[in-house]
Each structure stands twice: as C-alpha cells, then as structure tokens.
Ligand binder design. Structure first.
Ligand code: PLP
Length: 426
C-alpha cells in the first residue's frame, strides 16, 4: 500500500532523547490560543504563516520583559545603586547569551533596532572609512531592500559601483562566475544568507572563502537564517552579520550587529550621544570602548532581555530540530502545492528555509491573501521588500507562506484545502 507522504513526516521532534510535541509548544504562545473573528465572520484561532515577516512570542519572552519592567527597571551602565546594577547585569547578560549563540565574543555584539539598522550602521561607519571612490560593492539580485538601499546611498555618496551576483535557475544565487566579479576592485560583499522570497540558502561558505582569499570582507544579512538554521560566525568566518529579534520569537525594536573585533576597533562611531563616550570636552570627545561606542543613548533594555530569552528558548528546542521541522513542513507544502493546477512556485532550491512563494493563475496574490484571511490563515502577499527580484521574475507579487517550529502539518493541509476552495471562489 502507498503511504501518503504526509503520514511519513514526523509530527514530533526528537529532543535530547525525549519527544516533544509541537502541540505542547503551541500552548506556550498566547496568541496562538486566542480566538479571532476574521474578515467575513469566521471565528477561531489563526493559522499563522507569516513568520518571515515576524514570529509569535512565547510566554517566557513576554514574562521576561514584564519582569524587567515590574521588578528590575532602571537605566543601565554608570548606575551607583542596586537596581541599576541589576538592570545592567541583565542587559550585559543578554549580550553574553547572544554572543554564545552566535559563537562570537561579547564585545563583538552591538545591539541595534534590527537587521535594517545593523546594515545601515556598517554602511555609515565601516563603509565610509574603508571604501573609496571607484571600488565595487558586490550584492545580489535577490536582496531585501534593507541590504540594497544603504549600499545605493553609500555608492552615490562615495562614487562606488554596485554589482550583483545573479539569480540562478532554482532560486539560489548563481556563483559560477564569482571569480570574474571579484576582478572589479571589490571592497565588500554584502549578501543575504537566506532569501525571504525564495527560501533559498545562499552558498555563503564558498562565497566567504573566495572573498577572503582576496581579502574582501563579507557581510551576511541573517534576517532569515539566524532564526531558522542558526549561524556560527566563527565557523562561517563572516565579517559582519545582521539579524532582527522579532523574527526569532523576540520583541520588535531590537536586533544585533555582529562584527569582527578587528573591524569594530577601526570603525568610526555611528550616532553620537550618551553611553558611546569615555570623556567629553566642549570641542571633542574620546569614544567609549567596543561595543558601547555604537550604542548611543539609553538602549532598548527590555528588548535585549526579551531577545536573550527568545534565544534561550530556541536554543532549548535546538536549531537543528527547528530546521528539520521546517524542512518537513516545507517539503510537504511544496509536494501538495504542486498538485494545484495553475500554481507556480518560485524558488525550488533544496537548501532552503521554511517558506514557499507562489502565484496562482487568474488570482491576484492580494485577493488570495484576503480570501485566506477569511479562513483564518495569515500569509503575506506582495513584493516582500524585494522589488528588483520581482522585476527579474517578471511578476508584481507572490503569495508567501512562511513557517516556524510551532506550525503543523494539519495547518498546511487546511491551507491547501483553502487554496483549492479559492480556485472555485474566484
Ligand atoms: N533582510 C531580510 C532578508 C528580511 O527578510 C528582512 C525582513 O523581512 C530584513 C532584512 C529587514 O528586517 P527588519 O525589518 O527587522 O530590519
């Protein structure tokens, strides 16, 4: 007898030799328990498939932030009283947890507002100091605007060229001709580690190795990789890595820039103000040591504490387990999507994170997203902040379903059933 593919996919993940249930994990996410009234009147819980945009938060993360405000709230650094010491310890402990998660040194972790600010920080500081007129920044055709616009702005200001690694057939980067790109006085390679549209994981090991042979630094946009496959910056040997807290079960408004110590020692400051200084005179200042030199003003203390808690949370599940679960869901979703007539999937690379983008003939992605919402399914439809990629694909928008470790096969089944109903509806 033929066993349907989905029955062969485990609904439980092995964790430290004990089984844990996705359904149990879901209990820890208050929003996933909430009953909504969706457009059109349907009542029920949400099928949340917009995790590439932002993830839901477990109670532990919410509680950690509430506990800070209820029990530990004080400003950090330079506090000469107990409460201030507690807040500072918590804030710096968060940096330590994040450093360990990435395999970095504590002083290489700079708190920012998120991926976008981290990349802007590198462009505005490292880029201004280390890139000079006539040099090239090598990006790719699949970048999120966050890893494109800061470089466009810098290129205009400093008379730099931008070049782009092309999109390959299956939605991964085509790096066959990377050596020829590197002939052009490249000063930096800045690429996405995982595409937020196509799901493809970029061959960053190879890119970094080739780049470093020519002493070219590499920045990775880790917005879609850090939460889903984890990143070890020492193993990868990237020079910079940016990611956002809210995409890894943490709060909004907090993110991280990892930068190699050797670069941080040389980079000028980003913003000026309190905390980033050691001594100030009316006409000059000595800046603080790394990483504080890039954290001007009162930082997002609760955000850092929440982010560290979310990192502890995903670490306790295991990044490999998370990736395995997402891969199963995605493979299953793709296998079922392929059966829908008129449906085209964008990005078929095997090495991928847990998302799938597609279009359905005759139905605009925005209409489809609204239809799915009426069934209680949250997906994203649009250009996903990657308009150049959309132009390359020759489409204005896609529907994107993006998964996380709390999503289930049953949710995917309901999603597929709803797509089929949509075909009849439109
Ligand atoms: N880069 C990629 C690949 C993304 O998917 C996103 C967000 O979707 C970003 C950068 C920007 O992240 P944020 O808005 O949190 O700064």
């Amino acid at each position: 007898m033929l066993i349907p593919i989905y029955l062969s996919i485990p609904r439980y993940i092995m964790l430290n030799n004990t089984m844990f249930s996705v359904n149990q994990i879901r209990q820890e996410f208050p929003l996933l328990q909430k009953q909504f009234c969706f457009f059109g009147g349907k009542k029920g819980s949400v099928v949340y498939f917009d995790n590439a945009a932002t993830t839901q938060k477990p109670k532990q993360v919410i509680d950690a932030m509430v506990a800070y405000y209820e029990e530990e709230n004080a400003n950090v650094h330079r506090s000469l009283y107990t409460l201030g010491e507690i807040a500072t310890r918590k804030y710096e402990q968060s940096r330590k947890i994040i450093a360990k998660f990435l395999g970095a040194k504590e002083k290489e972790i700079v708190f920012t507002r998120g991926t976008t600010e981290s990349i802007n920080l590198v462009a505005s500081t490292w880029g201004k100091r280390f890139l000079s007129s006539g040099q090239t920044i090598l990006l790719s055709e699949i970048e999120h605007h966050s890893n494109l616009i800061p470089w466009q702005m810098l290129a205009k200001e400093k008379n730099l060229q931008l070049k782009f690694l092309p999109l390959g057939e299956n939605g991964a980067l085509d790096i066959q001709n990377i050596e020829s790109f590197l002939q052009d006085n490249v000063g930096l390679i800045a690429i996405t580690h995982a595409s937020n549209v196509l799901g493809s994981i970029s061959p960053v090991e190879k890119i970094i190795s080739v780049a470093h042979q020519k002493k070219i630094p590499v920045l990775l946009d880790g917005a879609q990789s850090v939460p889903h496959i984890g990143v070890d910056v020492q193993k990868l040997d990237c020079d910079f890595l940016a990611f956002s807290g809210h995409k890894i079960c943490g709060p909004t408004g907090i993110g991280v820039l990892y930068a190699k110590e050797k670069w941080l020692q040389e980079m000028p400051p980003y913003q000026g103000g309190g905390d980033m200084i050691a001594s100030v005179w009316l006409d000059r200042a000595i800046y603080n040591e790394i990483p504080f030199k890039w954290e001007a003003g009162t930082p997002n203390i609760a955000g850092a504490i929440g982010l560290a808690c979310s990192i502890d949370y995903v670490s306790s599940l295991g990044m490999e387990n998370i990736h395995t679960h997402e891969k199963s869901l995605t493979q299953y979703a793709i296998s079922r999507l392929k059966d829908i007539k008129g449906l085209k999937i964008f990005g078929t690379n095997q090495e991928r994170v847990g998302l799938v983008s597609f279009c359905l003939e005759g139905i605009h992605p925005h209409d489809m997203a609204q239809f799915l919402d009426s069934r209680g399914i949250a997906v994203r439809a649009g250009h996903h902040c990657a308009q150049p990629l959309m132009r390359k694909l020759g489409i204005p928008a896609t529907i994107r379903a993006s998964f996380y470790f709390y999503n289930t096969i049953e949710e995917v089944d309901f999603f597929i059933q709803s797509l089929q109903e949509a075909k009849e509806f439109f």
